[in-house]
Design a protein around this ligand. Structure first.
Ligand SMILES: [Cu+2]
Length: 172
């Protein structure tokens, strides 16, 4: 079977042209969506349980100004059902680069276990992924140098999750 989402990561940085591919990978000069998956079910899911739309605003004005936090998201915890299809619209309100990156998704669907959006300055991007059925808590963050430590750390709970991650602004 033809696998989606298999474009090497390098292409995103080497080909910064307006483009859409059918491989779950979109990019233009300012926005990138990597490993999007709106169709393929995780092996442990019989069907998509719900469609969840999440709007995430990112930037300095969402920082919780304590402990050196300079950046933030307007929300730092999201909860979805097992096997939900999650569509994130990510809005960057800063002039610097920010990401919304979730880790530890199944690697047979998401290369490196990751779904990731990135905006090089102000703008927005939308992408989807489907979570597996396990009740667990996934790390979401911005991987730009020091941005996680400066407040861009969040969590997505599938079902009840499996606890809160440490150092999530407003949570732990
Ligand atoms: Cu950032």
């Amino acid at each position: 079977m033809f696998r989606t989402a298999a474009i090497p990561v390098l292409i995103a940085s080497l080909v910064p042209i307006a483009a859409f591919s059918a491989m779950g990978h979109r990019m233009d000069m300012n926005a990138m969506v990597m490993n999007g998956n709106a169709e393929e079910l995780p092996a442990d899911c019989q069907a998509i349980s719900e469609d969840v739309q999440i709007l995430v605003r990112a930037g300095t004005q969402h920082a919780m100004y304590r402990d050196g936090k300079l950046f933030g998201y307007d929300d730092h915890t999201w909860e979805v059902r097992p096997c939900a299809r999650v569509t994130v619209t990510f809005v960057n309100e800063d002039d610097v680069r920010h990401q919304w990156m979730i880790h530890d998704l199944p690697r047979y669907l998401y290369p490196q276990g990751m779904f990731h959006m990135e905006l090089n300055g102000r703008g927005e991007a939308t992408g989807s992924f489907i979570v597996p059925s396990d009740e667990r808590t996934y790390l979401v963050h911005c991987d730009i140098s020091q941005h996680t430590e400066k407040g861009m750390k969040a969590q997505l709970k599938v079902g009840r999750g499996n606890g809160d991650l440490p150092n999530v602004p407003g949570v732990s």
